[in-house]
Ligand binder design. Sequence first.
Ligand code: 1GP
Length: 247
Amino acid sequence: MKNIYNQLLINKQENRKMLAVLLDPDQCRGSLLASTIAALKSNSPDFIFVGGSHTVSSTDSLIELLKEETTAGVVLFPGNAAQFSTKADALLYLSLFSGRNAEFLIGHHISSALAIKNSDIEVIPTGYLLIDGGKPSSVEYISNTRPIPSDKNEIALSTAVAAELLGMKLIYLEAGSGAKQAVSTQMIETVKSGLDIPLLVGGGIKNTNQLKIAFEAGADLVVVGNIFEKNPALIADFVECTRDCNS
Ligand code: 1GP
């Protein structure tokens, strides 16, 4: 077992920044899948996240392939209970704390709880906060919840701290895949200042400058997906930038 959460904690303690490449099984197939695997083999990020808010394809076969071909920890980032797979190293057990839709706070968890308990997958309870990214996101539409306004840093802070106090082990600030604007540095700094647990940031990060800015503001781990669907070769640049931030 890889003990993904332990890796996250150790890296956070040592102030080593981490990169996760997010793959959506609906999008990552055929020639895109082949070039993505090739890029991941030559430049491994810390983690590969698998999932999506609107994903309908099975996650099993993609995860099996990733585990055969790559060395990074494979972590499920599911949009709903149907995306659960026992094949991954760990599961982000996401609860959408920014919203007030019970299905996404606890409903999907109940649907998948026994299957998860009966597997030996590592479960990482994660407080998931949707932040306005400048355009309606799939998460917003699918979950039927409103994001936290992008300039309401104190609301994001209170929400994240409530999630930590309720026992979440990670906080994920999400601007939505392909967001026009990523989570602001001010919001990352504010939320980071109140947390003891690791902070993940994702959504709308399109270049290595934005990656560096998110790390400097306090993100322990940055999640990037959309831009690699357009050009998987960019994975090398993002891995190198993460390495540079740690040297
Ligand atoms: C989406 O935060 C992730 O859930 C990554 O966002 O696809 O915009 O990189 P992008």
